[in-house]
Write a protein that binds this ligand. Structure first.
Ligand SMILES: [Zn+2]
Length: 72
């Protein structure tokens, strides 16, 4: 069963770089979950697996986006 889960407001995540939408979590079958744009399949989505909001944030960070804090 395919479904979408809204990310809780308490979880920090960047809006879609293309359209500004808040991402959603979608079930991607046996592979796990993807974090994706709710508006367009062609906008960035994470690789299926664990729910990886960190990866979404990295890929949707803008170059001038100073609030992005890379912690490695
Ligand atoms: Zn989008």
């Amino acid at each position: 069963m395919r479904g979408y889960v809204n990310i809780p407001k308490s979880v920090y995540c960047k809006p879609c770089r293309e359209c500004g939408a808040r991402p959603i979590i979608a079930h991607a079958g046996i592979e796990g979950y993807v974090v994706k744009c709710p508006n367009n399949e062609t906008h960035y989505q994470t690789t299926p697996g664990i729910i990886d909001i960190e990866d979404w944030n990295i890929h949707n960070a803008l170059l001038y986006d100073n609030d992005y804090d890379l912690k490695l």
